[in-house]
Write a protein that binds this ligand. Structure first.
Ligand code: IMP
Ligand code: MG
Length: 189
């Protein structure tokens, strides 16, 4: 993975290999399996579209207890910055009432999304809400919401790949790339 990629007007360079990401997901799944081992209810995995789609799929494959999958779609980012205003683009595809819920996010940045999500899920009658995120930017996260499962911590840089996008593209790459600030660099088209 030495190749840089170009998305819209920006260039991104390799940052985290797929192997490293999968190892982090293995570890999250192991912890989750331990925590939910022998449960008699059916917890809900709430996949936050679109960014969390790949992470949720990889995580689910590794879970050894029964789960129900519900999705919803939110949007807070425009370009490479968080607007701080969360829009609910698509509501929940199922009911969480009376259920234990694990919110599955791609990345927690300012935490605005997760704070809103936790409130929404509680309002919808979930009996317990846990947060699972593949990535965390600890330098930016100052909210009180407890993050129960964190795959990896990263610096406060804008990244793409493995589900994460820059204005809707870049989600398909299996590795994670970081914005290359070197303005002199040009990729050949
Ligand atoms: P927060 O509300 O600031 O925590 O932002 C969370 C959401 O913003 C995530 O679910 C992502 O969709 C998006 N996001 C945050 N950081 C990045 C990034 O570095 N690349 C792409 N999307 C990001
Ligand atoms: Mg997201």
């Amino acid at each position: 993975m030495n190749e840089r990629i170009k998305l819209h007007d920006k260039v991104f360079k390799p940052m985290i290999t797929n192997e490293r990401i999968e190892k982090a997901i293995d570890e999250v799944a192991e912890r989750m399996n331990r925590d939910y081992e022998g449960c008699t209810d059916t917890p809900v995995l709430l996949c936050i579209l679109n960014g969390s789609i790949m992470f949720t799929a990889e995580l689910m494959k590794r879970l050894s207890f029964n789960v129900e999958l519900i999705s919803m779609k939110l949007s807070s980012y425009v370009g490479t910055t968080s607007t701080g205003k969360i829009r609910q683009v698509m509501g929940m595809t199922g009911s969480v009432e009376g259920k234990r819920v694990i919110i599955v996010e791609d990345i927690v940045d300012t935490g605005n999304t997760i704070v809103d999500l936790q409130r929404i899920v509680k309002e919808k009658g979930a009996t317990e809400v846990k947060i699972c995120t593949m990535l965390l930017k600890p330098e930016v996260y100052h909210k009180d919401v407890k993050l129960d499962y964190v795959g990896m911590e990263i610096p406060n840089d804008f990244i793409v790949g493995f589900g994460l996008d820059y204005d809707e593209i870049g989600r398909n790459y299996r590795d994670i790339y970081v914005l290359d600030p070197d303005p002199d660099y040009h990729v050949t088209e």
